[in-house]
Design a binder for this molecule. Sequence first.
Ligand code: XMP
Length: 506
Amino acid sequence: MQEKIIILDFGSQTTQLIGRRVRELSTYCEIVPYNKFPADDPSVIGVILSGSPFSVYDEKAFRITLDGLRGKYPILGICYGAQLMAHLNGGAVEPADSREYGRAILTTVAANALTKDIEPGAQVWMSHGDTITSLPDGFNIIASTDKVPVAAYQAEGEKLWGVQFHPEVFHSTCGMQLLRNFVVDICGSRQDWSAASFIESTVAQLKEQLGDDKVVLGLSGGVDSSVAAVLLNKAIGKNLTCIFVDHGMLRKNEFADVLRDYECLGLNVIGVDASQKFFTELAGVTEPEKKRKIIGKGFIDVFDEEAHKIKDVRWLGQGTIYPDCIESLSITGTTIKSHHNVGGLPEKMNLKLCEPLRLLFKDEVRAVGRELGMPEHLITRHPFPGPGLAVRILGDITPEKVRILQDADQIFIQGLRDWGLYDKVWQAGVVLLPVQSVGVMGDERTYERAVALRAVTSTDAMTADWAHLPYDFLADVSNKIINKVRGVNRVCYDISSKPPATIEWE
Ligand code: XMP
């Protein structure tokens, strides 16, 4: 049985990060909404309560009682999770002053199973609006900072702990040790979750689930769909048919290059060049969400038509990964951009869904790809939006604009590779701006397009910083683009972070 830690999600931005850290300890975990603890699951070995944007006193705060959990499993409350447990048991939680944000140093640390090998002087990261001012009877402080007396506590004689800092974030230098103490020592994890064990059990499950059924899967060139395809291919071989659609908005030569990669991997793949259809449908469209809808719908139509040529297909394979399916506790409910371009596919095709990667984080998908022997350039490929260059051409789309953007983009991406910078950025690309500017080339005055280079560092695309690329590199790329790409006479570098900007311009 695959033992697991359950993370109860109270809506914090760092809940997924807690999950990743637990997995880094080779321990399987699942993130579930705060009120959906899987009762009667014998594989649960411990429970973590996440942080939350709410205060325990907020009317809308997510609340649970610990009935059924306390005494049955080891429990660790993080930030709001710690405050909630203190509050529920008669402790006092009050608004904190603003000093409880950011870096802090542990000044005292008691000898305790949770703080094993953590010394005073260790750095932790605080981020809370409220603070615990008095603990319930029978709860003891086990670590403090000079501003936060209750940095960590334990309920005496019980396997129940709370920490007001965030051990999951990078800046908590003792965070991994603390999580290890909890997951491995206290919960007793066997630490047997690995890419190899995942492949072995998933291939066996897929064989059983699919039998002789046929599966179709849409490849995008991205790492998730590629790894899903190779895994399915390992399980069911030729009963898997992959479809790779060229909507005309891919990078330069990408369709041919990636198709060749897929064939080398032994995949049964059909490449469909549908670019003309998309150019026609997109002509004159300037609104970003409308572009996304046209491409999403067009993709479904092309895919559906191809899939119907295969007899007796029962399943649709998809490279959905864990962050795509964690049931989110939407606090604000706003959609910034609609990213799920092919959401309607299974309904339209009346197929059952097969998502072999739905339990994995991105870095685990990459580890599985490597274990499956896939080439490194497929595994480390930057994320690329489904609608492709369509959302990087501001304004209407023409084949000429796509050509200009593809040429500029290729110079930028090849430059990143040549300078050894490709793997240092999360994602990069060029944006074609809807402006022309005056320039001079030789003795001629020019009036041509401006492009913006965009490169960001990130771990999950939720937040991102602009990549601090060397000036010499930017100068080299700018020169090459202006000299080689007909139609461009100005290159800018985008130095906005997310938030408040987004990674893509549209
Ligand atoms: P933003 O621009 O929202 O992008 O900061 C976050 C990540 O999502 C990608 N992105 C998309 N991916 N369809 C996709 O499949 C889309 O419509 C889309 N829009 C943005 C973006 O490239 C980045 O990785």
